[in-house]
Design a protein around this ligand. Structure first.
Ligand code: PLP
Length: 386
């Protein structure tokens, strides 16, 4: 099976992890700060906080921004459930903004009209989570302008987008947001097995997230309520969690980061080949906004069902039978049973649902060979023919 995504692990990565295993620190040593430094420097952010997943990063980002009971978090319905669940973890309510039918990202026009209504009804969101789907950046300038006007905070979910750019600058520099979150799950562009990162330029948010990822405990005298009792002393000043990344993961991350630019270039090469070879097929290939340089975590095509004799599901199953590990990103979150129980209904976000009826993620990973890609293209051709 040619998978839709796969990690690239080199001997250098393995050596880096083994070296940590033989060192004094398996956790809370020097590698985590080194990994944070390498991500902060690469994306151009003042702070980077490593955690054990992007889900954890989203959670502490929401907590640091003060999201709580009585507040609203809005996100895109076409995302992994974690982009929405982080709001519920904090006791807030979640709502969605439908996607743009061309970019598949949260639509700024739909956002503007929903905000107008929410303002009249006194239920403006406190936090918005725009998701850079497939690695393509959202229209952050428009979203940021709306944030200024309506007073909400922005957490970019850049789980798909490390190494990508918006208006010539790396995603994660937080020029248009408060916090950006990355995922290092093995299907993503850079991996630490499990892992995540939150970047920010705000010193207070960084300090708060640092506390929250480790029990709310501090050894910094300036954060304590009274003078230290002695060298053993620490204080718990917040209710935090244990979301720490291990040294093994961070060592893998440091090693992987040295290849990030090559990874994204390789993904662009593969995407251009797909674009070229699929262009006469009854498919919509991904449209790339000129303001963005996608991280290209995913390559999603939409089947033009009116031109094909098979159903979407039949095309998908045919490809799986041919050994092509296609996938579907994502089932709209508001149609999940848990969200249906919260009151969402099928039909609430028609663009997201219409995308779901046609989308297929084709294999896209940095170590995919051109021969493998040609096998995918040939199988897609046969899937759409008969
Ligand atoms: C993968 C992913 C997450 C969650 O990442 P984890 O590191 O697995 O917690 C969140 N949002 C999006 C858009 C993702 O793709």
């Amino acid at each position: 099976m040619i998978p839709y995504g796969r990690q690239d692990i080199t001997q250098t990565d393995i050596d880096a992890v083994v070296e940590v295993l033989q060192s004094d620190f398996l956790t809370q040593g020097p590698m985590v700060p080194r990994f944070e430094g390498s991500v902060a420097e690469h994306v151009g952010a003042r702070h980077a906080l490593a955690v054990n997943s992007a889900t954890s990063a989203l959670h502490i980002a929401c907590l640091a921004l003060g999201l709580g009971v009585g507040d609203w978090l809005w996100t895109s319905p076409v995302t992994f459930v974690a982009s929405a669940n982080c709001g519920l973890y904090c006791g807030a309510q979640v709502d969605f903004v439908d996607i743009d039918p061309i970019t598949y990202n949260l639509c700024p026009k739909a956002l503007a009209s929903k905000l107008e209504i929410a303002e009249r009804e006194g239920r403006l969101p406190k936090v918005l989570v725009p998701v850079h789907l497939c690695g393509q950046p959202c229209d952050m300038q428009a979203i940021h302008e709306l944030a200024q006007r309506y007073g909400f905070k922005i957490i970019e979910d850049a789980s798909h987008a490390i190494g990508g750019k918006y208006k010539g600058e790396f995603i994660g520099n937080c020029r248009y947001s408060d916090i950006t979150v990355f995922s290092f799950h093995p299907v993503k562009i850079v991996t630490t097995a499990e892992g995540g990162m939150a970047t920010t330029n705000d010193d207070q948010l960084a300090a708060q997230m640092a506390l929250l990822r480790s029990h709310g405990i501090t050894r910094d005298p300036s954060l304590m309520t009274h003078a230290s009792d002695g060298p053993w002393y620490y204080q718990q000043v917040e209710l935090g969690l244990n979301y720490r990344m291990t040294e093994l993961q961070a060592a893998l991350g440091v090693s992987q980061m040295t290849r990030l630019d090559n990874y994204v270039e390789r993904r662009h090469l593969l995407a251009r080949r797909y674009d070229e070879k699929l262009k006469d097929f009854p498919l919509v290939t991904p449209w790339q906004h000129p303001d963005g340089y996608s991280g290209l975590h995913l390559y999603v095509v939409r089947v033009q069902l009116e031109k094909v004799r098979k159903s979407h599901r039949e095309v998908f199953e045919f490809l799986r039978e041919q050994g092509i590990g296609v996938n579907l990103h994502y089932i709209p979150v508001h149609t999940q049973p848990y969200y249906q129980r919260l009151g969402f209904e099928v039909g609430d976000f028609p663009q997201a649902e219409s995308y779901y009826r046609e989308a297929i993620s084709l294999p896209m990973f940095q170590t995919m060979t051109m021969e493998q890609q040609d096998r995918v293209i040939d199988a897609v051709k046969r899937a759409l023919q008969s």
